[in-house]
Design a protein around this ligand. Structure first.
Ligand SMILES: Nc1ncnc2c1ncn2[C@@H]1O[C@H](COP(=O)(O)OP(=O)(O)OP(=O)(O)O)[C@@H](O)[C@H]1O
Length: 209
């Protein structure tokens, strides 16, 4: 299958369990460009689904593909097209913010450093570049991750509670950025939020149903 101009995230027959705890059993969904709100009660599997779609967890069965690129069969191409922005500290918390950003810029060869700088500036966290990641506040950490998320040339953004922990100015800025991205036909955004998201969404994927 060729690469789709308007990428659709296709999840088919997904099964996933942690040890003995089943989380997904024959779950399927098709997610089109624009913003999709992934909702569900605590523990229903929202973060797990984002990590499966990001390729950081592996399904026990089923397939995940984005715009004709299969996550399991073409892992490098798939990962270049996606970015997961969660709440966890990365595995290397002693890295400085600059080192963390450089690492990602190396992983995404089409990314432009000046786009990341522009986002860091807009979020007001340029001053943290020499700090270790482990020393950032919750909100600063979120802003650094969002700066990357918004700057990378990916077709699928996976955002876990993107507005949590942000100050009012950052919430406004993020609303504007996501609003623009949500209008694009070449990009999908899947975001979780317990409350109604502060940005217009095209559709909802409800894990409670
Ligand atoms: N590493 C893990 N090992 C075992 N079970 C896990 C692990 N991570 C999550 N779970 C379990 O998997 C289920 C789904 O968790 P997940 O974090 O995806 O839910 P969620 O919908 O994002 O919840 P919340 O709204 O509370 O953030 C829960 O029952 C949780 O206890």
């Amino acid at each position: 299958m060729g690469v789709e101009q308007q990428p659709v995230l296709r999840i088919e027959g997904l099964h996933f369990h942690f040890d003995t705890r089943p989380v997904f059993s024959d779950f399927s969904a098709a997610i089109e460009p624009g913003i999709t709100w992934l909702r569900g009660a605590n523990g229903m599997g929202k973060t797990t689904l984002l990590k499966l779609v990001a390729g950081t967890l592996t399904p026990n069965r089923g397939s995940i593909g984005l715009g004709g690129i299969d996550c399991a069969a073409q892992p490098l191409a798939y990962r270049l097209a996606t970015f997961y922005c969660g709440g966890d500290l990365p595995d290397l918390p002693w890295l400085t913010v600059q080192e963390f950003l450089d690492l990602h810029l190396a992983l995404y060869p089409d990314a432009e450093a000046r786009q990341v700088e522009r986002q860091l500036d807009a979020f007001g966290v340029t001053g943290t570049l020499e700090q270790a990641l482990s020393t950032l506040s919750l909100g600063q950490h979120k802003k650094v991750q969002l700066s990357l998320a918004l700057a990378l040339p990916v077709r699928l953004l996976l955002l876990d509670e993107p507005f949590n922990g942000l100050d009012a100015a950052a919430v406004e800025y993020l609303r504007g950025q996501l609003g623009e991205r949500g209008a694009r036909q070449d990009a999908c955004v899947l975001l979780t939020s317990h409350l109604e998201p502060l940005v217009e969404v095209k559709r909802m994927l409800d894990l409670d149903r």
